[in-house]
Design a protein around this ligand. Structure first.
Ligand SMILES: *Cc1c(COP(=O)(O)O)cnc(C)c1O
Length: 379
């Protein structure tokens, strides 16, 4: 048999060099590996409270029209968002979640060899796209478990990156900065640098966290999503608010039929379901408190959070946090943990239903005991 040949045409130089990594290993993958389903899915920052009942009805109706492509202009949703946010519809771009919109943004602004700046341990999908388009990555460490805004501003002035990425509130730590500090970062950016301000958790944040929307300001793109507070992660729909010239540029690269009809209908109905959102925010806050109490019962500290998850400080190192995560996993509880030190002394637990958190409470003590007995990894 002849040796299998390399594919023709060969991969591009860039594609050949790409790491074969994925930013997230899904809970389904982990379940297939272990052969056991999780009993509490508390690792992906999904909203266990689900979409609003009226959104579910709207989506069920839309499913029957699923033979039609969605409206490529997302006209109705844009109109509703424009009215809600008091911005012109021309400032809005609807996309297949923030993850896709980040990809379009990188494609528009950061080509091969161009510098971008983020924090070491920040939400990884931005860098996944930058790597894919051959950009040059610079990272600033977190400071006191928050993204270091002064550090980012200083590095931006030095490096003059095309893009700076900041999630506020932050994933994976749950921390947040007041609007004034974010605005100071925007004001400190050199000319020619654009801030990607990821507000996936904006709805959960205390008043005064989100800077006022200003689509006349070409220095910042705001990213929002229906995945978190609106409970529609699997539907894949989010949006950006940006200068109309940036919104027009997205039309050159976005998938025009990427957002499906079911998601469009669901998002439109979700926006109108204010009571559901309010109840999700209340139940989320209560569940955060409960997760903090479960940790405190075992002598561990929960970090303050403005999101739908809580980072629990394991009080030791990454080896211990990983052992704890795995011990919880063996007890059916899916959680995740941050990547780099010193953030990786923590585990990150997404808000769950009461039943989920009862399971967590039951599993936490035994999992901690087991993690404490794990032999330390040989380095
Ligand atoms: C969950 C999350 C996203 C993903 O948003 P989608 O709209 O589902 O793609 C983006 N950014 C941050 C910080 C997140 O935590």
């Amino acid at each position: 048999m002849p040796e299998p040949e390399t594919p023709k045409p060969p991969l591009t130089d860039l594609a050949r060099e790409l790491p074969a990594s994925v930013p997230f290993v899904g809970p389904e993958t982990l379940e297939r590996r272990s052969g056991t389903p999780f009993t509490a899915r508390l690792g992906a920052n999904e909203s266990v409270f689900g979409p609003a009942p009226t959104a579910i009805e709207a989506m069920a109706r839309a499913a029957a029209s699923g033979w039609k492509y969605g409206d490529p202009e997302n006209h109705d949703l844009k109109a509703a968002l424009a009215a809600r946010l008091n911005v012109p519809a021309t400032a809005l771009t609807i996309g297949e979640g923030i993850d896709a919109l980040l990809g379009y943004t990188v494609r528009l602004f950061a080509g091969q060899g161009d510098s971008v700046l983020t924090s070491d341990g920040a939400y990884p999908t931005f860098l996944y796209h930058v790597t894919g388009f051959g950009g040059q990555i610079h990272k600033i460490p977190y400071k006191d478990d928050r993204e270091d805004l002064t550090g980012l501003a200083g590095a931006a002035q030095r490096l003059k990156p095309k893009l700076v990425y900041l999630a506020n509130p932050d994933n994976p730590m749950g921390s947040w900065w007041p609007a004034a500090d974010v605005q100071a970062l925007i004001d400190a950016l050199p000319a020619g640098t654009l801030l990607c301000l990821d507000e996936a958790y904006g709805e959960f944040a205390p008043e005064g966290t989100l800077p006022p929307l200003d689509p006349d300001d070409p220095r910042v793109i705001r990213f929002r999503t229906f995945s978190k507070a609106y409970g529609m992660a699997g539907l894949r729909i989010g949006y950006t608010i940006a200068h109309p010239q940036i919104a027009a540029a997205y039309n050159k690269v976005r998938l025009h039929f990427g957002v499906n009809r079911v998601a469009q209908a669901g998002a439109l109905a979700a926006l109108a379901a204010g009571d559901h959102l309010k109840s999700v925010l209340e139940r989320t806050a209560a569940a955060r408190t409960r997760i903090g109490a479960i940790a405190a019962d075992h002598g561990l500290n929960a970090l303050p959070s403005a999101t739908n998850f809580v980072a629990i400080d394991g009080g030791r190192n990454d080896t211990f946090a990983k052992s704890l995560l795995e011990a919880l996993g063996r007890r059916g509880i899916f959680v995740r943990m941050p990547g780099p030190a010193p953030l990786n002394r923590c585990i990150r637990i997404t808000v769950g239903t009461e039943a989920d958190l009862n399971r967590l409470a039951e599993a936490f003590g035994p999992a901690l005991t087991e993690a404490a007995q794990d032999p330390p990894a040989v380095s």
